[in-house]
Design a protein around this ligand. Structure first.
Ligand SMILES: [Zn+2]
Length: 135
């Protein structure tokens, strides 16, 4: 059975999603720093074609430290998007029949049930019940 999350659960889920986004940002930042560090920039290509291993490590660490203000700015951007209402639900679920619908449908399911943001509901098993489409 699909049930609505409480306000506390919704805010915890939001925080969890934000932490996941920040972790992904850090992973991408680390990868970009690691890949770009041993490659000379366009202006450096004029006088050298490679960067020594030692210098690559130093450049990598310097670029990693730029990730700290990067995380701060990324967090500000996420807050801005959230306040502006950019984070629209991607899909909805009918609490009555459990059917998943895209975000561009009306507020009612064809069965008459209310559509809820899929991120604000959770599945609660009733005895031996499992989620299924054909109910
Ligand atoms: Zn329905």
């Amino acid at each position: 059975m699909w049930v609505k999350l409480t306000r506390v659960e919704i805010s915890e889920a939001k925080k969890r999603r934000r932490r996941t986004k920040i972790k992904k940002f850090l992973i991408v930042w680390t990868c970009i720093s690691a890949i770009s560090s041993p490659i000379p920039s366009w202006t450096e290509f004029a006088y050298r074609s490679y960067i020594s291993f030692h210098e690559s490590i130093v450049r990598f660490l310097v670029r990693l430290t730029f990730g700290i203000p990067g995380v701060f700015l990324f967090n500000c951007w996420l807050t801005y998007r959230e306040r502006k209402g950019c984070e629209r639900p991607k899909s909805f679920i009918c609490l009555k029949c459990g059917e998943i619908k895209p975000a561009d449908v009306g507020v009612k399911c064809h069965c008459g049930g209310d559509l809820e943001d899929i991120d604000s509901v959770k599945w609660v098993a009733e005895k031996d019940e499992r989620p299924s489409k054909d109910r």
